[in-house]
Write a protein that binds this ligand. Structure first.
Ligand code: NAD
Length: 499
């Protein structure tokens, strides 16, 4: 009998009482690992109330003391890196080194957050009027919530909670029900690091928990990462309910290869960028745009054999380069896209559907797929597939490549491979995407920069982490003060100016 997971509320493991559970499956073997409780609205409110109760004392805790807890948390993350990586791989399927890398990228946000005493310093102006001073401070919002996807069970939550908490907010995380265990471990490690009860809570669940967070008046802000339809729903509902919101959605990231590019470098970059984590990354390259027929032919010749030789296997296999997809349902969805591509008239150069399943015939595996001669009218070009399927759209010139990217509904990341500075500069200046790579296939910004796309890849104004993260999790207050010796007598009925 698989063990049951729990919620983490007010510093305690809390058994789910809604009576609703979901199996968490190991995608490498098809085995049930555990069952995750799906919180009712009442259980979600318990977490909101715990976070609201913890807020006043946490808000008044000096930032340096808050930062010391995060320093200890980072130590604990390092001590538990192996266990956490294995937990991610077991529920998500990505290979261990990839899982480890994703935890470290999340940990880097916690490291950035340790600079809070500096980051939260305000501004001061002396004599904005005679003997009148002004200062601006950034204050926490209250109870914030994060809703996260299955594909980065540690990193995406860590884009949110370390910054939110360091700013003096309390936090409720609703992780993906497909990969929920890591979030619970992170909450326990925060407690072990010294975080007071109620400051960080994890509620497991589905749309019932999410809808409670979206409508409850005590929730001040919502951070979301997931698919575009859900992101749009979250953003619209949260903002209609008067909450601050940032909702990051899906993607279709293009990589342009100019005729002057180092093709070997571009091809090896593409392999990791398109097929790493089985293409289940919002920054995966899913469209490659070679400029000129010669570039395109040379690209296919170099790329196709590598895609055929991809080593697909469970995360526990030391030779595996690509693990399974998250579920058999998702494999079916991706396989269906491959069939659609064939019907649409694209050339299927490598058919990953030929891969047979894991050793025991179970698990949700799919080999790497490569399409050539794809057009912008095809669904396999327009829609996010979120699997190991790379499509090649051939174009004649740079202007056509740029126009195509700019007309796509998504604008998360975009990359160009070239040796020409002018072309690279024109690309980075004109492309309609939030994150741009020049000879870098997956330009995920470091923790002290901010992560976010444009167009339908992000709803809201502020990106995640970096200084935009600090802005998102705080609100500005500006105080103007005059002391008795500066007070003028008499009534003023006009606007004070410096004239
Ligand atoms: P998803 O949208 O299905 O789920 C994300 C979260 O929303 C989960 O916690 C889920 O429980 C919740 N949810 C799902 N449906 C809901 C509904 N109807 N109402 C309320 N809540 C709901 O996404 P996923 O399949 O877990 O993750 C893959 C998607 O996430 C892809 O589209 C990928 O591009 C995107 N993603 C984006 C980024 C980014 O930074 N832009 C990063 C990672 C993943």
């Amino acid at each position: 009998m698989a063990k049951d997971l729990y919620h983490f509320i007010n510093g305690q493991r809390v058994t789910g009482i809604s009576g609703r559970f979901k199996d968490v499956i190991n995608p490498a073997s098809g085995e049930i690992i555990c069952q995750v409780p799906l919180a009712s609205s009442n259980e979600t409110v318990m977490a909101i109330e715990a976070a609201a109760k913890a807020f006043p004392a946490w808000r008044d805790t000096p930032p340096l003391r808050r930062a010391r807890i995060l320093f200890r948390f980072i130590d604990l993350l390092n001590q538990n890196l192996k266990e956490l990586s294995e937990l991610i791989s077991a529920e998500h399927g990505k290979v261990i080194e990839d899982a480890k890398g994703s935890i470290i990228r999340g940990m880097e946000v916690a490291e950035f957050a340790c600079g809070a005493p500096h980051l939260l310093k305000g501004h001061f102006s002396e004599n904005v009027g005679t003997r009148v001073d002004s200062h601006s401070i950034r204050q926490p919002l209250g109870v914030c919530a994060g809703i996260t996807p299955f594909n980065f069970p540690a990193m995406v939550p860590m884009w949110m909670f370390p910054l939110s908490i360091i700013c003096g907010n309390t936090f409720i995380l609703k992780p993906s029900e497909k990969a929920p265990s890591t979030a619970l471990r992170l909450a326990e490690l925060m407690k072990e690091a010294g975080l007071p009860d109620g400051v960080f809570n994890v509620v497991n669940g589905d749309s019932e928990a999410v809808n409670t967070l979206l409508s409850h008046p005590e929730i001040a802000a919502i951070s979301f990462v997931g698919s575009t339809p859900v992101a749009e729903h979250i953003y619209k509902t949260a903002t209609a309910n008067g909450k601050r919101a940032q909702a990051l959605g899906g993607a279709k990231n293009h990589m342009v290869i100019m005729p002057d590019a180092d093709l070997d470098q571009a091809v090896s970059a593409l392999m990791g960028a398109a097929y790493g984590a089985a293409g289940e990354r919002c920054m995966a390259i899913s469209v490659v745009v070679p400029v000129g027929e010669q570039t395109a032919d040379a690209l296919v010749n170099k790329l196709a054999p590598k895609v055929r030789q991809l080593k697909v296997g469970p995360a526990t296999s030391p030779t595996a380069e690509m693990g399974p997809l998250i579920s058999t349902d998702h494999v079916e969805k991706v396989r269906n896209y491959v069939t659609i591509g064939v019907h649409e008239g694209a050339t299927l150069v490598v058919d990953g559907r030929e891969l047979t399943n894991g050793e025991n015939g179970k698990g949700s595996y799919l080999g790497g797929c490569l399409f050539d001669h794809v057009t912008t009218k095809m669904r396999i070009y327009q829609e996010e597939i979120f699997g190991p399927v790379l499509v090649i759209v051939r174009v004649d010139d740079f202007a056509t490549a740029l126009k195509m990217i700019n007309e796509h509904e998504y604008g998360n990341g975009a990359a160009i491979f070239t040796r020409d500075g002018d072309t690279a500069r024109a690309f980075s200046s004109e492309v309609q995407a939030g994150m741009v790579g020049i000879n870098v296939p997956i330009p995920v910004p470091m923790a002290y920069h901010s992560f976010g796309g444009w167009k339908r890849s992000l709803f809201g104004d502020l990106h995640m982490h970096g200084t935009e993260g600090i802005l998102f999790y705080t609100k500005l207050k500006t105080i103007t003060s005059r002391w008795p010796t500066g007070v003028r007598t008499g009534n003023d009925f006009h606007m004070p100016t410096m004239m």
